[in-house]
Write a protein that binds this ligand. Sequence first.
Ligand code: BGP
Length: 476
Amino acid sequence: MGRFPEDFLWGGATAANQYEGGYDVGGKGLSTADTMPGGKIRMQVMFSPEFNWQIEPDKYKYPNHFGIDGYHRYKEDIALFAKMGFKCYRLSISWARIFPNGDDLVPNEEGLAYYDAVFDELAKYNIEPIVTISHYEMPLHLVKEYGGWANRKLVAFFERYAQVILDRYHEKVKYWLTFNEINSAFHFPMLSMGLAGDAARDMGTVFQAFHHQFVAAARVVKYAHELDPELLIGCMTLYATSYAADCNPVNVLANEQQKEEMNYFCTDVQARGEYPAYTDRLFKKYGVESLEVEEGDLEVMFENPVDFISFSYYMSFVVNVTDPEAAKAAGNLMDGIRNPFLKASDWGWQIDPLGLRIALNELYNRYELPLIIVENGLGAYDEPDANFVVNDDYRIDYLREHIEAMADAIEDGVELFGYTPWGCIDIVSASTGEMSKRYGFIYVDLDDEGNGTANRYEKKSFDWYKQVIASNGENL
Ligand code: BGP
């Protein structure tokens, strides 16, 4: 018997705002992602108190507007995924393609038809779609008019959007994720919550927005199960395995608390259906007085936990509160302390395959729900030769070690049912807004300035991943 289950879902992942482009076609409204400037200043600009979701073409570039032109090229891309043998493909639906303003009463038929065509194309190759309902964007109007997820009204708007897509696609899509990396809002509430300026800095507002998202997500779980008991709905969390710097109990406790906050809080709510015991401690830490909770909120959350847990895993961190001089390490929307035992990517994200085995064990032992890794991979500078050949052995090494760790975790007893490496085709980076941070098995000829043909080329890792899938993870 092989190390991976027979029906293991090998595939890859992208998100609409980083892949599709076509930001103003097909009846799509503007989304928050359309106002995110490109370039290394992206995070700084979005963190600044003045950031107000304005498109300023004289000042910044907006790479998401073109993405990698997936809106027009998805057939070619899906054919390449099929050539690699993908069993599944994780993608997101752009809310603003379906409801251009978010508060519209009638959905945009052209947007709905677009995703029908995408799902039909996937079905041709027996590729199972895994759909993120909200991946780091929302209709811009909901932010300008209502203040994003801080506003209770978003619950109903999201519910309407989710119901429309569930009604329309439930026969084509079985796996659904509600909010991408919902817990990322602890560090960067602009992306998933549409907060900015003072609201983004006020943790009371962030927790209130979390509450709205928890209620909305639970209502979606309820609706989906009533609509079609076959549907499986998961939460999606940004997981960074976290170590205490040493055995000083002060650091050990700080690490436990860090894990509760970042790795578990949102998943505890969505998988167990209730706020965890340490919620009050978190509120105290952030000076949050109370939440506005409406009648029925806690019931709907309690009665509708998720069916499975999905998460992203790129790197691990160290917690050290006893040494103020400890060197820092960069990471996925957050930073931590450097680990002297680990190497890091070109962007300073610490590479830790064993940390993935630990993450899988921690998550499974805590919830005993099926797990799927929906993001993992190495962002790297690729250097194609004149024929666009990319020998990305570094990427193969990274993925091989992480797949080994998955096999070990399965042997540990973890129920893992799929793996969708991030950016299976090069796309615009979420944190830098640039093309040069590449994750793909497929090279896309576009540079940070937007120059290039956008043509696709298979990298060395393309063939490697193809044989990984063909051998069900045995041939690494
Ligand atoms: C996650 C996001 C993705 C993504 C990935 C890699 O946080 O869910 O959208 O892009 O990280 O991050 P980056 O593109 O910044 O390298």
